[in-house]
Design a protein around this ligand. Structure first.
Ligand code: COA
Length: 352
């Protein structure tokens, strides 16, 4: 009987280092409202956002993903030839082929490794972290670089009251690898395709191509196809979040075996400061437990928001390496993914 080999598995994994990149251009609510029919006060009160970053000049999704990845590698102090896989968590890589991760790996000087994109909306980082931890546990890689990177503003309609004031650009990355004590709990994750249209592009690729074909050689007065923009039924997502996320948080705690009282830091996806305040209150986390509020000056950066928020807390001293943190990503899909983790050390090379 022929037996097929299996990898040598291990149990304990952790985030060993973190890095981030914030685009240089800072865009205030007042600047957004030069085009959008809204006000600084409305935006701050309803979302908690004052500023966000937009890419400008040479900055692209590829460049900011690589910049965050580079900082994560440097801050971890790892010989990059040990990285066994790269996961690029993003919903804003604009080509289906080629996908982004292999080029980002090449930019980082680790060409040749397994590298793939993972698309799961704003829950993307939680999915990527879970997949990375399980790859390492299964022995498929020793170290994995997980990058959450988004250029949400490329597909943003600056006049849309449901999205224009919310989304921003940025990238954050972590190196995941073996550790003495386990630092990443089992992932609690899920999706709800019945509510998929609550966050969606307004035109899909097929419709876009059909319209373009129909226009060829026909009436020049036909409306141009235009660009694809993201639309969000905010109140519908808010209602879904109110039902789904408290359950996800308590399931994540249960799966981790860590008591709520032992959680030292709360880092939810930065979608809306009001949602986060409500989640923290409903979960019964003590007032003094620090909660990420990177949304105030970074906006909602989708799959990049959790590593960006984690980096901000570590750099400013609101959180410390080794502390126990509860993470939860959620958004398009609709989907969510959460874990209890120990935080990586504060980065020596910061993004601000
Ligand atoms: N500026 C000013 N007024 C606005 C506005 C804007 N950008 N958008 C809506 N309004 C107005 C509406 O016209 C409405 O006015 P009315 O009461 O006179 O009819 C009022 O504000 C409330 O509108 P509503 O759409 O119910 O706003 P909201 O309080 O739900 O806030 C969001 C909108 C998008 C901020 C909020 O729904 C949200 O954050 N949802 C969840 C998003 C999320 O979690 N996404 C997942 C991750 S990406």
């Amino acid at each position: 009987m022929v037996s097929i080999a299996v990898n040598k598995s291990r149990e304990n994994v952790a985030m060993l280092g973190i890095g981030a990149y914030r685009p240089q251009r800072i865009v205030s609510n007042d600047e957004v409202c030069e085009v959008l029919d809204s006000t600084d006060q409305w935006i701050y009160e309803r979302t908690g956002i004052r500023n966000r970053r937009w890419i400008s000049g040479d900055e692209t999704l590829r460049s900011i993903a690589a910049a965050a990845g580079e900082r994560a590698l440097v801050n971890t102090g790892i010989d990059r030839s040990k990285i066994g896989a790269l996961i690029l968590c993003t919903s804003s890589w604009l080509k289906l082929t080629p996908h982004g991760a292999p080029t980002v790996a090449a930019d980082l000087g680790i060409n040749g490794i397994p590298a793939f994109d993972l698309t799961s909306g704003c829950g993307g980082f939680g999915y990527g972290l879970g997949v990375a931890a399980d790859l390492i546990r299964a022995g498929s890689a020793d170290y994995v670089l997980v990058i959450g990177a988004e250029t949400m503003t490329v597909g943003l309609d600056p006049t849309d009251r449901g999205t224009a004031m919310i989304f921003g650009d940025g990238a954050g990355a972590v190196v995941v690898g073996p550790s003495e004590e386990n630092g990443i709990s089992p992932t609690v994750w899920g999706s709800d395709g019945e509510n998929a249209e609550a966050i969606a592009q307004d035109v899909d690729f097929l419709e876009f191509m059909n319209k373009a074909q129909a226009m060829q050689g026909t009436d020049p007065a036909i409306e141009p196809v235009g660009r694809m923009s993201l639309r969000m039924e905010g109140p519908r997502v808010f209602r879904w979040a109110a039902v789904t996320l408290p359950r996800a948080l308590s399931d994540a705690l249960e799966a981790s075996g860590v008591a709520k009282e032992d959680i030292e830091v709360f880092i939810p996806h930065q979608a809306n400061a009001r949602i986060n305040d409500l989640m923290k209150k409903n979960l019964g986390l003590a007032d003094e437990i620090p909660m990420a509020n990177d949304i105030e000056n970074t906006g909602n950066t989708s799959a990049a928001s959790i590593p960006l928020a984690m980096e901000e807390m570590l750099v400013t001293g609101k959180a410390k390496g080794g502390q126990l943190a509860l993470l939860l990503g959620f958004g398009a899909g609709l989907s969510y993914a959460g874990q209890v983790v120990t935080l990586p050390p504060a980065p020596t090379e910061a993004s601000f």
